[in-house]
Design a protein around this ligand. Sequence first.
Ligand code: ADP
Ligand code: MG
Length: 260
Amino acid sequence: MISLEAKNLTIKYGKKLALQGVDLDVKTGEIISIIGPNGSGKSTLLKALSRCIRPDDGEVRLNGKDILKLNNKKIAREMAILPQVKNSCSDIEVENLVSYGRYPHLGFGKKLTRKDREIVQWAIEKTGLLGYENRYIDTLSGGERQRAWIAMALAQRPKILLLDEPTTYLDISYQIEVLELIKELNTSLDITVVMVLHDINQAARYSDHIYVLNSGKVYKYGKPKDIIRDELLREIFRIEAHIYKDEINQCPYFIPHKII
Ligand code: ADP
Ligand code: MG
């Protein structure tokens, strides 16, 4: 079991208020998506949840404990984050990158054990990268590269995976490949997922619950069918759209027809 909660989160960059009084509650086993216009505070929220930035007010609680009071290793054993902009270490082999996921588990100055190497292999296998171990990251396709990053996060053996726009810049087939992988990790390994998604239809398709951020506040939280509504698309995304229901997946989707 795992719980991750934000209470009254408030974050400023200088005078700019990026988050104001945000409450969020992540329950074990869920896939949660955060959506919202550019600059609405999505990445800031994800960074605060993983303690990459410190709130000016409010707090994040991991399993009931204030995250600021936990040490890095403790946090890294519970959660892994895949940021929006990744450090550009492209001249590294897949297996090496994935093995970085084991570092929070190693003792000071310790090397990877046999068990660690097995976990690295397992993560490579789970993400469909067998045979790619010695390929350099910069020789991979977008989808493969994203899977390699997810493999690194997976090698951490986290209970929660935080992903910031994991499908951005990918072709549609790679987008679905990555989302299907995330869904598979959620169902087969029971990993709780919090992800920022740009594509609202994809958020509706792959999430149990959605948080909509607007100007640093939670505009709405709910199940996809309660989120994908005319008012939301008009007020927050400034579009008019026809909303339909995908009968196979039982989820809403929309087709925009006008900018307001
Ligand atoms: P999103 O991910 O929803 O696009 P962000 O969380 O990145 O939004 O940004 C929220 C707001 O905070 C934006 O107005 C952005 O310009 C601002 N912001 C983000 N990071 C910084 C920073 N390091 N310094 C100053 N302002 C920032
Ligand atoms: Mg962002």
